[in-house]
Design a protein around this ligand. Structure first.
Ligand code: HEC
Length: 133
């Protein structure tokens, strides 16, 4: 009897915690089209298509979850090469808020994105574009 009761309680707790996890996602749902708009700010310096040429900055195809400074054939700053950062979503978000604060000495001359929602959407855009080939 006790066992059944405790299992039920556990199920309720699990369901509740998942619903809390889902909530912020619903409020800030990722949006490809808005991500594309934000990406216009990156376009001056970055390409995103598979195999596209590096510009001022490296090609960003499949950059998410890759180690920093690893795009083939691009000359990174020493700071970026030595950073030992992996571009997971958490690190990339912090970088995009203020690149030169997150990686001191980076040569990415970009002031940063002010709005959380812009960062969420541009990361979503990069992820989606990296699925294409
Ligand atoms: C003025 C040019 C410029 C703009 C605008 C710019 N970047 Fe960059 N970006 C660079 C340069 C240059 C580097 C290489 C930095 C280094 O080596 O220190 C870089 C590096 C990066 C990296 C690391 C890549 C790697 O392979 O480790 C990411 C991710 C990135 N930029 C994303 C973005 C995003 C997203 C935007 C738009 C919101 C953006 N950048 C806007 C120039 C720019």
């Amino acid at each position: 009897m006790y066992l059944i009761w405790s299992l039920k309680v556990r199920t309720i707790i699990i369901i509740l915690s998942f619903s809390f996890l889902l909530l912020p996602n619903q409020v800030f749902s990722e949006d490809f089209d808005n991500g594309k708009k934000v990406y216009r700010k990156c376009k001056a310096c970055h390409t995103i298509a598979l195999g596209a040429k590096h510009r001022v900055g490296p090609n960003l195809y499949k950059v998410i979850n890759r180690k920093a400074g690893k795009a083939e054939g691009y000359r990174y700053s020493k700071a970026m090469k030595k950073s030992d950062v992996v571009w997971n979503e958490e690190n990339l978000s912090q970088y995009l808020v203020n690149p030169r604060k997150f990686i001191k000495g980076t040569k990415m001359a970009f002031a940063g994105l002010k709005k959380d929602i812009d960062i969420i959407n541009v990361i979503f855009y990069i992820k989606e574009m990296s699925k294409k080939n």
